[in-house]
Design a binder for this molecule. Structure first.
Ligand code: DWN
Ligand code: ZN
Length: 421
């Protein structure tokens, strides 16, 4: 492991605390989106410690090892999925955020981690002026071609000042599944304060730590996800940076996420009832003490063993098994459960940037769905967060006797007729 690309966390990026509870360690795992071109790169493949700790002061769940964002994001193989699930979700996000841009027609919407611009295109349709910010040069170029002005930069206080000068203040700064990827939250929030209009809102969508723990979504733990947030943790963070939590919406995407808005502490937006309700629930359900996280670790180890046993038994029974959706989650799941080329023949994926490569650590060939000549008996659904849409689309495969293994929260086999454990 090259140590110059890893920083080990000492103090909490939210509250500065140093009282950490060890939650779970998966050993060394390759980067979730570190797909490899060919076999001769295998010996050079890096793997980094993947372990989660909980801050006993603010209950941030954090990785202990922070991999240099230049390594993770300068060229990025994850393209926001063009699934109906995601298209529908992005329309929902516009609706939920809409009144912040509608109130000031032509209000500027800035998106952090804007990928190829899908979400901003949805805002553009409402008449909002948009600006994307994403360090992945390959993706920023695609967004620009699609008519979404995009800066291929990392957002922080320096860039925010330049953007404010050139584009004016933003009525909405949005970050969907990017805030949990950021180590220096203080600098990003300083940037938000520099760029946000006095009555604007900073809105983030992040995986919800309560959903991850309750649904055993251990595979969403990978090096891109540095933080796993409770609402009470975000509330602590915002208050420390002159902001106030305004509203929260629980959403189904990515295994359960929260859309959380914050405004200036001296701004016009009060804290809504839903914020207090979730913070009270987190306390009542034990998320502010050690026990919940100890139990999570125990249940994860059990479910991993169950899944490995299920897949290996299927293969031992002569079944052909393949992966469906070479997701980032899939990297953690396969590497942690020890499932590789002895179990999965190939993995399908709709992302051109992943096709023709092999999966990180397990080196399973990634192929386009249409390239599959002999469908397997069963697919291990590594993109389980789209299960409803995928199972609907693959009805013919199921009706012909095919099956899907759904890995979390409990490994189950779904065939045309029924779901069996
Ligand atoms: O936070 C992140 C989340 C939002 O997206 C990023 N750090 C990385 C990424 O995680 P992921 O790769 O687990 O996300 P998805 O969207 O669950 O990935 C799904 C994968 O499956 C993509 O590679 C696309 C593929 N896919 C497919 O092959 N067939 C997806 C669908 C819906 C399909 O039908
Ligand atoms: Zn903390």
């Amino acid at each position: 492991m090259s140590t110059d690309v890893v920083r080990f966390v000492t103090d909490c990026r939210v509250c500065g605390g140093e009282r950490w509870q060890k939650v779970i360690s998966f050993g060394r795992v390759p980067l979730a989106n570190g797909f490899l071109e060919e076999a001769d790169s295998y010996p050079h493949e890096e793997a980094y410690p993947l372990e989660v700790v909980s801050c006993r002061d603010c209950r941030l769940l954090s990785l202990t090892a922070v991999v240099d964002p230049q390594v993770l994001y300068r060229t990025y193989s994850y393209v926001t999925s063009d699934s109906e699930t995601m298209r529908q979700h992005m329309r929902t996000v516009v609706r939920l955020c809409g009144h912040h841009t509608g109130r000031r027609p032509g209000g500027l919407v800035v998106e952090l981690g804007s990928n190829t611009g899908d979400q901003l295109l949805a805002f553009q349709e409402t008449g909002a002026r948009v600006l994307g910010i994403d360090p992945a040069r390959n993706l920023a170029a695609i967004a620009e071609e699609r008519g979404v002005p995009t800066l291929a930069e990392y957002f922080g206080s320096a860039l925010a000042a330049t953007v404010a000068d050139e584009h004016g203040k933003a009525s909405l700064i949005l970050g969907r599944h990017v805030f949990a990827h950021i180590d220096d939250l203080a600098d990003v929030l300083a940037g938000v304060r520099a760029l946000l209009a006095p009555d604007g809102l900073f809105t983030i969508e992040v995986p919800y730590a309560v959903d991850m723990v309750e649904r055993l979504e251990f595979d969403t733990i990978y090096h891109e996800h540095l933080s796993y947030f409770l609402i009470s943790t975000l509330d602590t963070l915002f208050a420390r940076h002159g902001l106030r939590t305004v509203d929260v919406e629980r959403l189904a995407v990515h295994g359960g996420s929260v859309l959380v808005s914050a405004g200036f502490a001296d701004g016009p937006h009060p804290t809504g009832e839903r914020v207090r309700e979730l913070i009270d629930h987190e306390r009542a359900a034990g998320y502010l003490s050690d026990g919940v996280y100890q139990e999570f670790a125990t249940r994860v180890r059990h479910t991993c063993a169950e899944l490995t046993r299920l897949v290996r038994d299927l293969v031992a029974d002569g079944k052909r098994v393949a992966g469906y959706g070479a997701s980032a989650k899939g990297t953690t799941l396969l590497n942690v459960c020890g499932l590789g080329r002895d179990e999965l023949e190939f993995c399908t994926d709709t992302t051109p940037q992943k096709q023709g490569k092999v999966t990180p650590g397990t080196h399973i060939p990634v192929v386009a769905p249409q390239a599959v000549r002999r469908p397997p008996d069963l697919y291990l659904l590594l993109a389980w967060n789209y299960a409803e849409e995928i199972l609907r689309r693959e009805a013919a495969f199921l009706d012909a006797g095919g099956g899907f293994v759904l890995p979390v929260p409990e490994p189950t086999v779904r065939t045309g007729a029924v779901t069996a454990r």
